[in-house]
Design a protein around this ligand. Structure first.
Ligand code: GDP
Length: 424
């Protein structure tokens, strides 16, 4: 038998305390099993100059040799190398996509360096949006290529960020979760490193660049994440940006083999927290916050892209009078607007066509009149010529008649003369 203790809360919802077994306590287990079956995916973007240590760090993070050829410094523009790997940790499958910049920082124009990164991030959002808007969509099987985290590799100058760093970060911070890293941190001394970290953080704040905030609302990760977000940390043990060192080399330290970098003066152990922040980065990125990074990508960055894209297309949740409107109403309104616009354009086209026809008619009429005038003129000239010729003919005829008259008269007088001579 089940017994319920119930109470009424403000919203008139009864809270019941179960005193028996229903089975829905197994929901988390069901979710876990389903997720394992489906598998996980994670997409990382590495932005940084060629040779800064991007490939080495990714290999060190996943303890695998994700083999790749070395990048040149002579690319005409920045490219993005995309590689997907199927990894397994115990029985958990992970589809890992690593996107790396090629030729970043080698371009004369700064825009040419960061714009391809911005375009790539937007293109992945657009692909997802197009899938989402399809009538027959398959989001379950869709390979989501949206970037969940951007590891930004800062060159270990020991000074501050370069203008290209600031420009890139400013342009991508609303599009992706940024985790800044100081690459090849073994090249900085302890005090230089702390000063460098401090300078970088102040520059990020003063330029209004938003980096990934480690979540503090989850009990499991709150403690460790709170220390990460704390901006007022003591300068001496400041963590962000993570100072990382990558290496797949196995080095003997005492009796143990560790991953590290061997120098003439000693060994830097990659997984030693006193040597660098690699372990803390790996824990925070992969063990503690991977799911949150994916959540933030979907709920914050993608949402931002989606809403601005739909607004640009003319969709809105409220009408001009601030009244909420449904998608159907918006669609109808848009359709009507489109029809009115089409009609208007048709009218304009008709009007301009008629105008052109009239203009053509006028030019034809003018040409016709000109031809007519020419014709009349020629006709008049011809008639005058005819009259002139008629006159000349008449005169000639008169002359001929005159000639014949004279001829007859002379013949008559000749005949008379001949007769009188004969008689005499
Ligand atoms: P990518 O072009 O950014 O992918 O750079 P790579 O990972 O190919 O590294 C370029 C060179 O830097 C290689 O010779 C690495 O051994 C070296 N390297 C990588 N990580 C580190 C590091 O943390 N410290 C030092 N000193 N060298 C590193």
């Amino acid at each position: 038998a089940l017994l319920f203790a119930f109470s009424k809360n403000k919203e008139n919802i009864r809270c019941l305390t179960t005193l028996g077994h229903f089975g829905f306590e197994c929901l988390p287990t069901q979710l876990v099993n389903k997720s394992i079956q489906k598998g996980f995916s994670f997409n990382i973007l590495c932005v940084g100059e060629s040779g800064i240590g991007k490939s080495t760090l990714i290999n060190t993070l996943f303890n695998t040799n994700l083999k790749e050829s070395k990048s040149s410094h002579f690319y005409s523009k920045v490219g993005l190398k995309v590689k997907t790997f199927d990894l397994h940790e115990r029985n958990i499958p992970l589809k890992l996509t690593v996107v790396k910049t090629v030729g970043y920082g080698d371009q004369i124009s700064k825009e040419a360096s960061y714009q391809p990164v911005v375009d790539y991030l937007d293109a992945q959002f657009e692909l997802y949006l197009q899938e989402e808007l399809k009538v027959h969509r398959s989001l379950v099987t869709y390979h989501d290529s949206r970037i969940h985290v951007c590891l930004y590799f800062i060159t270990p100058t020991g000074h501050s960020l370069k203008s290209l760093d600031l420009l890139t970060l400013k342009n991508i911070d609303r599009r992706v979760n940024i985790v800044p890293l100081i690459a090849k941190a073994d090249s900085l001394s302890k005090s230089d490193l702390q000063r460098f970290k401090h300078n970088i953080m102040s520059e990020l704040v003063s330029n209004g660049i938003q980096i990934y905030q480690f979540p503090v609302d989850d009990e499991a990760t709150a403690e460790v994440n709170t220390t990460m977000n704390c901006k007022e940390k003591k300068k001496s043990n400041m963590l962000l940006p993570f100072a990382v060192v990558g290496s797949m080399e196995e080095v003997k330290v005492g009796k143990r083999m560790v991953r590290g970098r061997h120098y003439p003066w000693g060994v830097l152990q990659v997984e030693n927290e006193n040597h660098c922040d690699f372990v803390r980065l790996r824990d925070l990125l992969l063990s503690a916050n991977m799911e949150d990074l994916k959540d933030q990508t979907h709920t914050q960055h993608y949402e931002c892209y989606r809403s601005s894209r739909l607004l640009k297309l003319g969709f809105n949740d409220t009408g001009p009078d601030n009244r909420p409107v449904s998608f159907q109403e918006m669609y109808e309104a848009k359709r009507q607007e489109f029809q009115v616009q089409c009609q208007r354009e048709e009218e304009e086209l008709k009007h301009s066509f008629m105008q052109r026809v009239k203009e053509k008619e006028l030019t034809f009429k003018d040409a016709e009149k000109e031809l007519q005038d020419k014709f009349e003129h020629l006709k008049r000239i011809q008639q005058e010529e005819i009259l002139k010729l008629e006159e000349e003919r008449r005169k000639l005829e008169e002359q001929i008649i005159e000639f014949y008259k004279t001829k007859t008269a002379s013949e008559t007088s000749q005949t008379q003369l001949y007769t009188s001579v004969k008689r005499d």
